[in-house]
Design a protein around this ligand. Structure first.
Ligand SMILES: [Zn+2]
Length: 210
């Protein structure tokens, strides 16, 4: 049983691959944003604290994120792997997460779904949502490929400036973590520029899950 730290630029399809692993093998997904939103709705002392911080628009401090991870792991099935999505986001967080996993007797690998900046930009610019049937798709056309509706919306932050900033942040904060895992021989990389099922096939082969 090996946990996975999932890493990839926006548009790499890492959320999709996490769901495939969860469905196929019962992997448990820890998605940081969702976990924080969930806890902010709780009446506990920690929940109220998180709510206060996120309402202010501030970043939740590392020690609180780690407390939430610890709670999640305490309640997690010890026989099933956990996928971490959206964590760690900094060198400090990498160190504390790895320490926590070690304390709980859990092994991990980092799994990178690789995408060039050009491909990430293209995919995010194409990202569209159909308000009629609810499907998400990638297209430059404003017509839903599923139901033919023209009632299409795109995310306001999917513009070249905002996407560039997010890609720069990936280079600045996440790329250094990949170097650390590579040096520690804990990094697996798959080519994210293939169709979804080919990414899955490469990923399963490299994780020896086939
Ligand atoms: Zn549609």
């Amino acid at each position: 049983m090996t946990d996975l730290i999932l890493v990839g630029k926006q548009g790499s399809g890492k959320g999709t691959q996490a769901k495939i692993l969860a469905k196929k093998f019962g992997y448990q997904i820890f998605e940081t944003g969702a976990a924080l939103r969930k806890i902010a709705n709780a009446t506990s002392e920690l929940g109220q604290k998180v709510k206060e911080i996120t309402t202010r628009g501030d970043l939740v401090p590392n020690e609180i994120v780690m407390e939430i991870v610890r709670e999640f792991l305490k309640n997690a099935d010890t026989e099933k792997s956990v996928i971490f999505d959206g964590i760690p986001r900094s060198e400090e967080q990498r160190q504390t997460l790895e320490k926590l996993l070690g304390e709980m007797g859990r092994e991990f690998l980092a799994l990178e779904i690789k995408l060039s900046n050009g491909e990430a930009m293209e995919r995010l610019m194409m990202r569209a949502h159909c308000n009629e049937c609810g499907s998400d798709f990638g297209s430059a056309e404003d017509e839903c490929p599923r139901c033919g509706s023209f009632d299409i919306s795109r995310r306001a932050d999917d513009n070249p400036e905002s996407i560039s900033t997010r890609l720069e942040n990936f280079e600045k904060y996440t790329a250094p973590l990949l170097d650390k895992w590579k040096t520690a021989d804990k990094l697996i990389s798959v080519n994210g520029e293939q169709p979804v099922n080919a990414v899955t096939t490469e990923m399963l082969a490299k994780l020896n899950l086939t």
